[in-house]
Design a protein around this ligand. Structure first.
Ligand code: ZN
Length: 251
């Protein structure tokens, strides 16, 4: 018998949770200090389970779990719900956006690598969606910052080929590529990113989300940005994001 490892405690956000066996749940969660971890919550699907609603996607929880020496799944011992996003999830558009954010975190973050920046980003943007009931601005902000935290962000200031300034002009890019090109270096098949969208992206890199609310009605450039960065994420993870069509259909 392997010896039982010490009980660990962490603040976490549930990314995904699905049925396992007859009464259990397999849960993927983002721990503030230890990154993305998967574990089993025994008996979580039984009525009156001690886990209650704490394992719903996006739940902000305190979690206690055991590592298991021989398996990569931890054993979830107990959870305490700190903050729920169920109210926001009941709104169709907000719910789709939150699901997409969790899916992106699940797809982009490597297992068991500390990702406190991503933890804070996810929590912060989820709160903004809940409090503002706006989707376009938080989602564009989230996609841009996840790309930046993953190290995939390209230069927003200069053409990747000739170095010309991209201030106050539209830029061009190949789908999934980080680099931007000026109109002279543009090649066939490239898609435009408007000057307004680029300017919003620059603001998002320097300002806090709650200070950007004045831009939340600029739906078109915000959607351009989301599309640009979600394309980049899909290119990097080499697959389509399943929740993305729902978000884009609901816009
Ligand atoms: Zn150029």
């Amino acid at each position: 018998m392997p010896t039982r490892m010490p009980l660990q405690e962490s603040e976490a956000i549930v990314l995904r949770s699905y049925p396992l066996g007859e009464a259990d749940r397999l849960v993927s969660f983002l721990s503030r200090s230890a990154g993305r971890i998967r574990g089993v919550a025994r008996g979580a699907r039984r009525p009156k389970s001690r886990f209650g609603a704490s394992l719903e996607p996006l739940s902000h929880i305190r979690i206690w779990f055991y590592e298991r020496e021989t398996r990569e799944l931890v054993r979830i011992h107990q959870c305490e719900l700190l903050e729920s996003f169920l109210d926001a999830q009941r709104d169709f558009q907000c719910g789709c956006a939150l699901a997409l954010m969790a899916e992106v975190a699940e797809a982009v973050l490597p297992e068991r690598e500390a990702a406190e920046g991503a933890f804070r980003l996810l929590l912060h943007v989820a709160r903004e969606i809940r409090d503002s009931h706006a989707v376009a601005l938080p989602l564009a902000f989230y996609a841009l910052w996840m790309v930046r935290l993953a190290g995939w962000l390209g230069d927003l200031e200069r053409c990747a080929r000739c170095g010309a300034s991209l201030r106050e002009v539209a830029a061009w890019s190949r789908i999934g590529a980080a680099g931007l090109y000026c109109s002279r270096c543009r090649q066939g098949g490239m898609r435009a990113l408007s000057a307004e969208a680029l300017e919003l992206a620059r603001c998002m890199l320097t300002a806090r989300l709650e200070n950007l609310r004045r831009f939340q009605d600029r739906i078109q450039p915000l959607q351009e940005l989301s599309r640009f960065y979600l394309d980049l994420i899909e290119y990097q993870i080499e697959r389509k994001l399943l929740s993305r069509p729902m978000v884009e259909a609901g816009k």
